[in-house]
Write a protein of this length. Sequence first.
Length: 305
Amino acid sequence: MTTTQTDRTAQTDASRPATSVVVTGAAVLLPGADSVRALADGPAAGGAPVEPAAHVGKKGLRYKDRATQLGYALTAAALRDAGLLGADEKDGLSVPATSVGVVASSNFGNLDTVARALDTLREETVTGTSPMDLPNASSNVIASSAAIRYGLRGPNLMVCNGETSGLDAVHWAATMISAGRTDRVLVLGVEPDNEVVRKLLDGAHAVDGGAALVLESEAAAAERAATVRAVVGRYRRGAGDSAGNGRRWELPAHLGVASGAHGLLQVAAAVGLFDSGERGPVRAVAGTAADDASADLLLLAPRAA
């Protein structure tokens, strides 16, 4: 896609936050796409379901819901892509644990666990509940589980507020970094596909996967000589449709409803486009006039920073 003069004007300093926040790692796991470039190119239909155990092994997956398992796999892949985690999880992080926060986004995440727990309480009272299952009913289970498994001891936040959730998660991660609360944040967006979710979606299916990013302050990235993959630009949130400059990448319809993972997938696709040589800005958009709100985020190529 040709970058127009209008696109270039979007790369001015006005498009960037006061403290530059950059993307140094990105991961995608979807049926038909296991990399940011594959996502940017558009995954073909009919891809095999993601198997978390193939990415992180079977240990620790038992009793975890599908969304948390997918979150584990995405977290490991993004941390490794950013150079923060070795091939063996036992090696631990290459940076202080307190310097890495987590912001996760999911609207359907543990809905199946919550529904199952409520059914059990109604039919068998509290005596029928499983001590292994109830912890997974926490709304923060995806973010907290990723932090516990990978030793991420910075700020921890779960966002689940509808169509803008994914872009809001990126925004809050960037805000934490800009405010000096932490040096870097693992941002995770995941949505599982199961019978409970399909019932909520009136028969439609969810993406059954998602994306993860590592955001860092420009200074922190430079200190460890990390490769900058994208620069986080202007973020806007409001009611109704958003408008602005920059190329828009669209999620293929056959992948299903992305919901809380939608924003993260768009940012990951932007990284894939930049990795492939794209230099014009890419605009991630979530929500329409039919939703409670809309949001958009501008992503800039490293050389445009």
